[in-house]
Design a protein. Structure first.
Lengths: 377, 266
């Protein structure tokens, strides 16, 4: 099996052999939601962080018994999977108040109590001020105490720095792979890159590093993406994990060259600064340097970031991805499309249900948008 | 040289043949079970009209929801682009097109060459489309073709929701139960659709030279109410407004042929 086939298989599976082997070595698996949960702390406690996803979801019928149809399809699908026992291999989950739908997911998960171990809620402030940073530091310390007690261990500075070094290495490898897409002929498609992200966020970091080194070796050997692409795209938005959706975007004559999504650049851009107190360093990296639409005080910064990346990666257009009922992305996509228009950057907002239908109309919108962008050149 | 455009929509299939910049044959009919069967049949119809054989067509371009399932099409374009170029072909002064088809509504802004500058589509609900009009006409107990005539006889539109086709149907049923006149209900439906379209147009910057295309453009009451809602008079088209997608596709077929002759990129 080639490395890209293995990656694709991992990306499309809920559980995997890497987690089983880690468990046999004494490392439990801890699920987490959202990019503001420092994986380093879970790793330093001896567990394997597992990014929660709805991959393999077969519907929302069980999830809908707890959520309303006006909740986003991510939380409905992921709870549905939990209630079906898909996540029974987990020893616990760290939830986060990424948005109100996610916060309610914690309530519903705790109430329905699927067999997934402990439920812990990490409260992350919605801003990046000094006061928010201090509060985030308190929350991280509290999470640390919880993990110490739960796994009967001590989160020493040495353990935390060791974990930081591993995760920084993983980020650096992902960054190098992502940067390879600056080239005129890209070595890896957006769909393949999303596969990679899905895969390396559900295996132990040590295994993720080995997989990424193999991928990088392939790229360095001159691999090229052979898909026919007329346009280069930048994708931003909230939850996006469906390979089929990126395939739809790319099969219409484009290639995704860069992104600002949770399973993308938000995960690997910017390492944890090394030195000083490890929790303070984690706080600085996660709260200050990440910026997703849940952070209320950085809309301008995010738009500036999109403009910079569009320019750096030679993107022709921006796709603003939004899940139906995503309260965070509703305002963000509206503001972004207006701001990008001022800078003559074409964009389109695609609203969808996670693993939802409506492919026919979506195809038409995408093709019409591409034709509009091509007309400009 | 002859170029063909085929538009396989959700309710009707259309085909147009162009020769030396003139429409020499056109046809539309309800769609069949598959896109291919629809395409085969409408193509057969226009070839028969023009007395031609398929081999005499230089290039065929497809559009509409079935555009990717037509093996004899040499290229395809989105219906947004095709409606833009088709209406431009039909009237060079058009810059904005309101297209109301079987299952979606679009507002397309084009440049002085008929190329798309901006567009917006309804993205979820079918309220206001041909499909919803079909359902509402059935609920009202009139033929689809008569819905517009009924509405034109009324001066007192009754309130009908425009948020969702199911709610529209419930409103219509409620008004019927209350014994309201069908003319006024029909008028309420067309006003409601017009308001929905007017709100869609707010998402793009409309350019002067506005026309309406698609099957629903044949409903005189809907057209009147949209004109009133927007405060405009629609620019007339030289060809059947339901054929604009297929006509645009035929124009793209000609463009594609010239591009290939010149060895360019699509």
């Amino acid at each position: 099996m080639t490395i890209f086939n293995e990656i694709r298989q991992l990306a499309q599976s809920t559980a995997n052999d890497y987690l089983t082997r880690a468990r046999h070595r004494g490392h439990p698996t801890v699920g987490y939601f959202c990019s503001y949960v420092p994986e380093e702390m879970i790793h330093a406690a001896g567990a394997v962080p597992y990014r929660m996803r709805a991959v393999g979801s077969e519907g929302t019928s069980l999830g809908d018994t707890y959520f309303s149809s006006a909740n986003c399809s991510f939380v409905r699908r992921v709870l549905d999977k939990g209630l079906r026992g898909d996540f029974d291999f987990l020893d616990g989950i760290v939830f986060m108040n990424g948005c109100d739908h996610n916060r309610r997911l914690f309530d519903n998960w705790s109430y329905a109590h699927p067999d997934t171990g402990f439920n812990y809620m990490l409260f992350v402030p919605h801003g990046r001020s000094e006061a928010c940073l201090a509060q985030y530091g308190n929350e991280l310390a509290k999470l640390g105490r919880f993990l110490e007690e739960r796994f009967d261990t001590e989160l020493t500075a040495e353990k935390l720095w060791n974990s930081v070094a591993l995760y920084n290495r993983k980020r650096a490898l992902l960054q190098e792979i992502a940067d390879s897409r600056r080239a005129a002929v890209v070595p890896i498609s957006g769909t393949e890159f999303l596969s990679l992200m899905l895969a390396v966020s559900v295996v132990p970091v040590e295994d993720a590093i080995a997989l990424l080194e193999q991928v990088l070796a392939e790229l360095r050997a001159g691999r090229i993406h052979t898909g026919q692409a007329v346009l280069r795209l930048f994708v931003t938005g909230s939850c996006l994990e469906e390979l089929s959706h990126l395939e739809l975007l790319e099969s219409a004559g484009a290639v995704v060259v860069a992104d600002a999504i949770c399973l993308g650049a938000r995960y690997f851009e910017l390492p944890v600064p090394v030195g000083g107190d490890p929790l303070a360093a984690l706080g600085e990296r996660y709260l200050r340097n990440l910026s997703c639409p849940r952070m209320m005080d950085d809309v301008a910064g995010r738009i500036a970031h999109v403009r910079e990346r569009v320019s750096d990666f030679g993107a022709d257009a921006v796709i603003l991805e939004k899940l139906e009922f995503c309260s965070m992305m509703s305002g963000e996509s509206y503001i972004s499309s207006h701001e990008l228009r001022k800078f003559d950057i074409p964009s389109i907002t695609l609203t969808r249900e996670l693993y939802g239908g409506g492919v026919g109309q979506l195809k038409t919108r995408i093709q019409a948008f591409y034709e509009k962008v091509i007309n400009r050149s | 040289m002859i170029f063909a455009g085929i538009d396989i929509g959700s309710l009707t299939a259309k085909a147009v043949l162009l020769r030396h910049g003139k429409v020499i044959a056109s046809h539309f009919e309800p769609v069949k079970a598959t896109s291919l069967a629809s395409a085969d049949h409408v193509m057969g119809q226009v070839l028969e009209q023009a007395g031609l054989r398929i081999g005499e067509i230089q290039l065929t371009c497809s559009t509409g929801y079935g555009r990717l399932e037509i093996p004899f099409a040499d290229c395809n374009r989105s219906e947004v682009s095709c409606h833009g170029l088709g209406t431009f072909f039909s009237n060079k002064s058009v810059r904005t097109i309101i297209d109301i088809g079987g299952q979606d509504c679009k507002v397309v802004v084009i440049d002085s060459h008929g190329m798309v500058e901006d567009f917006v589509m309804n993205d979820k609900c079918a309220a206001g489309t041909g499909r919803s009009l079909e359902i509402l006409a059935r609920t009202l107990g009139v033929e689809l073709a008569d819905l517009g005539r009924f509405a034109l006889r009324s001066h007192r539109p009754l309130p009908v929701s425009n948020k969702c086709s199911i709610f529209m149907e419930l409103d219509v049923m409620q008004l019927l139960y209350q014994g309201k006149r069908r003319e006024n209900i029909a008028h309420g439906i067309t006003v409601s659709i017009a308001r929905r379209i007017a709100s869609l147009t707010g998402k793009v910057t409309l350019q002067k030279g506005i026309c309406i295309s698609g099957g629903v453009s044949k409903n005189a009451a809907v057209v009147r109410d949209i004109e009133q809602a927007l405060g405009v008079t629609f620019t007339p088209l030289a060809h059947d407004p339901q054929l604009m997608g297929a006509l645009g596709a035929a124009c793209f077929a000609e463009k594609e042929y010239r591009r290939r002759m010149e060895g360019g990129r699509s």
